[in-house]
Design a binder for this molecule. Structure first.
Ligand code: SAH
Ligand code: SF4
Ligand code: F3S
Length: 436
């Protein structure tokens, strides 16, 4: 039996797909195929954080139905599955089952239940132990919590992944240990609010917070690098940032979603912090880790955003000088509180696009300037790829500050080497190996 799977959305969906694949391989005898037309089972792991990918879903199902092997099943998984549930089967008779983002552990049963819909967002599989593989990649994803208790006015995630539950410490440690024994050097911890870890467990559990979890994980011998995404600016306590700064296994890059720089917009987004708090945390962080790499998410055109609000966002961008900036035009999502405001305070599309354009253009420049400052700096790089293009042969990997570095020689994948940045082309960093 062959499985074809398409994964959209964030790292959490990528991890869910990994779980789905392993469950189906180990318990149902499937093997993966990149060819749609030879698959017996076709899965789409969907994202519904913005409107566009959701719209594309039905044309995609149509395409799969047309090109699939006779008798092959089609399943819709992930956040759009949670958000739309039965409606998906009503809208498209080609779909054989619908499996919500919070129901991944039911994959091996649902494939045998025609037209089944499992989208319970209260379903708790925080203690479920998924099938695993004997060999792990150098970099691995590891869930530490599921769901989200926040109610950001624009966000659909609490409606697709339910309330926040932390995964018990012993399960996380066991999984991390197993990954390391099977070859993993770097683990990326996943959750919607990772630094809120420990807020709620579904079984009795000793008190622990994210800082405690980081300390426990860094005790694992052979685990060389720890990353996490996403922390919430609200929970950036001094003690968490101190641990981030002083723990040598924690990579010195951090994603701190800003969303907006305007206090008025942050308030109507219900983000729970102000521009001053955000900048205060950044200042503390930069004082403790001067070379830290910072990335962020920004939404432009949130309802009620005036030019002056957008200028406040630009002000924060100028001040923080993010290495990576993911920016989006606000997209109204059903069930969210800003959706219910209707068109009342909506920002015209062309103005939102103009703001996005200005933000991205400015950021591109900042990234180039940040890149120039990298010249001569020394980083530890974990090699992830060996590549041959028409004019270059190189290895590439990420610094602990999360910058991609190209090295013009072949180095074994999985090796961590000390590299000096010797050339900057645009915002691409080239390095030479100092020590392996
Ligand atoms: N838990 C993370 C966000 C997860 S969603 C956090 O708190 O930041 C990933 C990103 O998608 C968000 O950071 C936000 O920038 C963007 N996003 C979420 N809902 C959106 C919407 N309705 N319109 C546009 N962008 C949105
Ligand atoms: Fe969405 Fe806000 Fe939760 Fe992030 S913290 S997942 S933006 S509700
Ligand atoms: Fe992720 Fe998209 Fe769901 S961003 S949590 S897959 S809505």
């Amino acid at each position: 039996m062959k499985l074809y799977i398409e994964t959209l959305g964030c790292a959490m969906n990528v991890r869910d797909s990994e779980h789905i694949i392993l469950e189906l391989q180990k318990k149902e005898g499937y093997t993966l195929t990149p060819n749609l037309n030879e698959a017996d089972l076709i899965l789409i792991n969907t994202c519904s954080v913005r409107e566009k990918p959701e719209q594309k879903l039905f044309s995609e199902i149509g395409y799969f139905a047309k090109n699939k092997k006779e008798g092959a099943k089609i399943g819709v998984c992930g956040c759009t599955a949670s958000a739309m549930g039965h409606e998906i089967i009503k809208k498209s008779p080609h779909v054989d089952f619908v499996l919500g983002a919070r129901n991944v552990s039911k994959i091996t049963s649902i494939i045998h239940r025609p037209k089944a819909v499992e989208v319970d967002i209260d379903f708790d599989d925080s203690t479920y132990v998924f099938a695993d593989s004997k060999k792990s990649s150098y970099k691995a994803l590891l869930n530490i919590s599921i769901g989200c208790d926040k109610k950001c006015a624009y966000c659909i995630v609490p409606f697709t992944r339910g309330k926040e539950i932390s995964i018990p410490l012993d399960l996380i440690l066991k999984e991390a240990q197993k990954l390391v024994e099977n070859g993993t050097k770097e683990i990326l911890l996943l959750g919607q609010n990772v630094n809120n870890y420990g807020i709620r467990f579904s079984t009795p559990h000793a008190k622990i917070d994210f800082t405690g979890l980081l300390r426990e994980l860094s005790g694992i011998r052979g685990l060389e690098r720890i990353r996490f995404t996403s922390p919430h600016p609200l929970h950036m306590s001094d003690s968490f940032l101190d641990e981030f700064a002083q723990n040598p296994k924690i990579c010195k890059s951090i994603h701190i979603p800003l969303q907006s720089g305007s206090n008025q917009i942050l308030k109507s987004m219900k983000r729970g912090y102000t521009q001053e708090w955000y900048l205060n945390r950044i200042a503390y962080l930069k004082q403790r880790v001067p070379h830290v790499g910072i990335s962020t998410d920004i939404i432009v055109g949130f309802p009620g955003e005036e030019d002056s609000d957008f200028e406040e966002t630009m002000k924060v961008v100028e001040s923080v000088r993010f290495d990576t900036l993911y920016s989006f035009v606000y997209s109204p999502r059903p069930n969210t509180s800003s959706y219910s405001w209707g068109d009342k305070k909506s920002v015209p599309k062309d103005i939102a696009k103009e703001r996005l354009n200005r933000l991205q253009t400015r950021h591109k420049k900042i990234l180039q300037e940040n890149s120039m400052e990298e010249l001569g700096k020394i980083h530890k790089v974990l090699i992830e790829n060996n590549k041959i293009t028409s004019n270059e042969t190189f290895s590439e990997g990420r610094s602990d500050t999360n910058r991609l570095v190209k090295i013009r020689e072949f180095i074994d994948m999985g090796e961590i080497c000390e590299v000096i940045i010797s050339q900057v082309k645009g915002s691409t960093l080239y390095g030479e190996v100092l020590c392996r």
